[in-house]
Design a protein around this ligand. Structure first.
Ligand SMILES: [Zn+2]
Length: 320
């Protein structure tokens, strides 16, 4: 299996939402990628400019970061032709690797715009931005995601070529991938959620990389999802026994819930539910990962802070 480290550049409407096409708010103007072998060495490269169909004028923000302009793009080929050629180049046995989840979303949005065949599902990929965060931040305290430029500089990779051409960024991403020395990197995959499961049969339930992961079908609202036993049940990520909660599910943000459970054999673990809404449907992305004493304390503290804030709010309302 090869790794396809991909980077895309895209443009958007020059007039903001006014001139925006609802089926393609962002139009891909460049595909760059490198093929990486199992030892994380670059073995091939792909690069092509795309002649835009919808947004022919570059948005001012995009113009300032790119190293080319409308004249260069007008010499490119159409998206469908380039994308088909690119997917052929990827080969038969590969996994996409990207810096963040957006490139795969935009690739598929653009493919849908041209009614191309969908990518096979479930679609696994390596989100190198989040892998980088987990490798370099071992404190357990969540930190914001790094830009590619920051990771390249932190890994002491020579910056001989400009950023923001798709091929250069793909090369830099592949160098960071190798340099960060993540263990068993092929197990650190995520699932692309551009297309979510339509029914129970398409739901994804898998244990990998020392964690359990579940991606549900759509529910009409969050309450309906939280009423579903499969959504709220927690199983040990190791022996998959159903266990009781140690700290029951609580909302830690408008779109996410947390809990702590315990297996008598394998210890404590943390459950997280994140909601994703697509066309007024709510999908659940649940993960269960081991947690240590410090982590449990941090979750308790979080729950306490949220309670306090709520009390304060109530107090403010009643005193107004
Ligand atoms: Zn267990």
């Amino acid at each position: 299996m090869n790794y396809i480290v991909m980077d895309l550049e895209w443009n958007q409407s020059y007039n903001g939402h006014m001139g925006e096409h609802p089926r393609m708010p962002f139009e891909i103007i460049e595909i760059g990628a490198v093929k990486v072998d199992k030892n994380l060495n670059i073995i091939d490269e792909y690069s092509s400019l795309i002649k835009p169909k919808i947004y022919k004028k570059l948005h001012s923000k995009i113009r300032t970061i790119l190293n080319y302009d409308e004249d260069d793009l007008s010499l490119g080929r159409g998206f469908k032709e380039v994308c088909s050629e690119f997917l052929d180049w990827c080969g038969k046995d590969y996994i996409f690797c990207t810096w963040g989840p957006m490139d795969l979303t935009e690739l598929q949005t653009n493919m849908d715009f041209y009614y191309m065949d969908k990518l096979p599902r479930p679609l696994k990929f390596l989100n190198l931005q989040s892998i980088y965060a987990s490798v370099t931040n071992t404190s357990g305290i969540p930190q914001s995601m790094s830009k590619l430029e920051k990771a390249v500089s932190e890994m002491n990779i020579p910056e001989n070529e400009p950023f923001h051409t798709a091929l250069n960024d793909a090369r830099y991403t592949a160098l960071v991938m190798k340099e960060m020395k993540a263990k068993n990197i092929n197990q650190l995959y995520s699932f692309d959620l551009y297309i979510t499961p339509k029914n129970k049969e398409e739901e994804i339930e898998v244990s990998h990389n020392n964690q359990y992961e579940y991606i549900s079908r759509g529910f009409r609202n969050k309450h309906a999802a939280l009423d579903d036993e499969k959504v709220t049940q927690i199983r040990c990520y190791k022996c998959s026994k159903k266990v009781k909660t140690h700290i029951d599910w609580f909302a830690n943000s408008p779109s996410s819930y947390m809990c702590v459970g315990k297996c008598w054999m394998h210890g404590y673990f943390c459950g997280k539910i994140k909601f994703k809404s697509v066309n007024n449907n709510y999908y659940v992305h649940k993960t269960i990962k081991p947690i240590d004493k410090q982590g449990i304390e941090a979750i308790k503290q979080k729950q306490e802070d949220i309670r306090e804030k709520r009390k304060e709010k109530r107090h403010m309302k009643s005193s107004n």
